[in-house]
Write a protein of this length. Structure first.
Lengths: 258, 208
């Protein structure tokens, strides 16, 4: 009996190599060795601007982590950004309404928002009713969000996480009510909708870079560099594979299928 | 211990789930099934929290007679009605099926169908020619729309369909795959950060 499933040996080796390189860079960052700076991400820089605008207008910030469950990496990335958004809102006494489609995500989000208020010394200002579970149903959740956006004077709409067909409903309604909108997802079919309807869009991997970018913590930055190394290796494989396939040589394809 | 125990559980269960995609031994597959079952059971427990949250927010709206309180009353009534009927007669009963198929399904379809208007308004906004990139987008979109609609090929000839296929298969797919490559690696790195306990936002803090 084989230990590794057939056809997945190369994938496992590549994933392990990637993980080892990320861990190596994290260790390097922990030791205090220099890690390169990262480029500016306009969408993440705009978070403060969006919350600031809502604060000036005495309006509300709406945050949606998408409709993915907690086992979706995009939802976890959204939870990291939620901590930052909640803390900033708490600091400026801006109302934050955080909506959820998933029960588990809802309970995590409630803890994050509560903790954010506690960290800036405003535990009393935390309103548990502003962290809401709306519906497990995709379009039930969408209609709930749309209602909140219209009713609660939302002027900053932050949509970061795993979105599907409801993405455009959120983004278009946000645009109609005049919200400043920051949206991000790794679901490639929804990215064009966000680009068309939102002021700032985070594309794919940018949502995963958020925690490193916002906290500037060296360990997280090290992880980000590891990601870039992996991307460069991936691009190299694509180029070599394309050249070999053009020359009718299937050696790399066969190797990766082992 | 409050931090270490959840971290240890995350690490062990996470490693099992990840490796189960690659490893073949039966005992490993069984271990993965067990972890997945535990995840489902835990997720089901959280359902109650959702019900409590909905009931708390909407009953407050009803009791304070805030604007639109009637809709809140409707939410509470329909939620408990559905829940009660499914508990009493079961989800396979005709009554439950009728309620689901004739209330939930049409409401979902209505919400979904609204998308067509949003797509039109988003397209209008995206296609306004203000920059060179927007011009390329407009031209590409016009060709794809004409190529996908039967009238395009009938009036302009087969080149529209051929150009549409080329736009969708070559530049579009290349762009999508580029984003997917970055996003997948980002996802793996995110999972790794969670497994080794660097990313802790999901434990309820702000991740700092």
């Amino acid at each position: 009996m084989t230990l590794i499933k057939p056809g997945l040996v190369a994938t496992l080796v590549l994933e392990l190599a990637f993980c080892i390189s990320v861990v190596m860079l994290i260790t390097r960052a922990r030791k205090g060795l220099k890690v390169p700076t990262i480029r500016k991400v306009a969408g993440l820089d705009a978070l403060d601007e969006a919350i600031g605008r809502a604060t000036e207008m005495g309006a509300t910030v709406h945050y949606s982590p998408g409709i993915g469950a907690v086992d979706n990496a995009q939802t976890l990335a959204a939870m990291s950004i939620l901590g930052y958004v909640a803390k900033t809102c708490a600091k400026y006494d801006t109302r934050l309404i955080q909506t959820n489609r998933n029960n588990v995500v809802y309970s995590i989000a409630e803890e994050i928002v509560k903790q954010a208020y506690a960290e800036v010394g405003k535990s009393d200002a935390f309103n548990p009713d502003d962290v809401r579970f709306l519906s497990e149903d995709q379009f039930g959740y969408a209609s709930g969000c749309v209602g909140i956006m219209h009713r609660e004077k939302v002027r900053a709409n932050i949509l970061i996480g795993a979105f599907w067909a409801e993405s455009l409903i959120f983004a278009e309604v946000g645009a109609q009510i005049g919200s400043i909108q920051i949206a991000g997802t790794a679901n490639t079919h929804q990215i064009p909708f966000f680009i068309a309807a939102c002021d700032y869009a985070l594309l794919g991997e940018e949502i995963y870079a958020a925690s490193a970018y916002l906290t500037r913590e060296p360990v997280l930055m090290g992880c980000l560099i590891g990601q870039d190394w992996g991307k460069m290796a991936g691009v190299l494989l694509v180029v070599v594979g394309a050249v070999m396939a053009t020359m009718k040589n299937n050696a790399l394809r066969d190797l990766l299928n082992k | 211990m409050r931090k270490e125990l959840p971290l240890a559980i995350t690490f062990i269960s996470g490693i099992i789930v990840v490796l189960a995609n690659f490893l073949a031994p039966t005992w490993f597959v069984e271990a993965n099934k067990e972890v997945t079952l535990w995840f489902q059971i835990t997720s089901a427990l959280f359902c109650a929290l959702g019900v409590v949250n909905l009931t708390r927010i909407h009953s407050k709206r009803v009791s304070q007679q805030r604007e639109g309180w009637i809709f809140s009353a409707l939410i509470i009534a329909s939620m408990f009605l559905f829940m009660g009927i499914s508990l009493v007669v079961g989800q396979q009963h005709q009554l439950y099926k009728n309620m689901y198929n004739n209330m939930n399904v049409p409401l979902n379809a209505t919400m979904y169908s609204i998308l067509v208007f949003y797509i039109a308004s988003a397209a209008y906004r995206a296609f306004r020619v203000r920059t060179f990139e927007a011009t390329i987008l407009l031209v590409a979109a016009a060709i794809v729309m004409l190529g996908k609609a039967p009238i395009g090929e009938a009036v302009l000839g087969s080149w529209v369909a051929e150009w549409t296929t080329w736009i969708l298969d070559i530049p579009n797919t290349a762009g999508m795959r580029g984003i997917q490559l970055g996003a997948t690696l980002g996802g793996i790195a995110m999972a790794l950060r969670v497994l080794i306990g660097i990313e802790r936002a999901h434990f309820g803090g702000t991740g700092e």
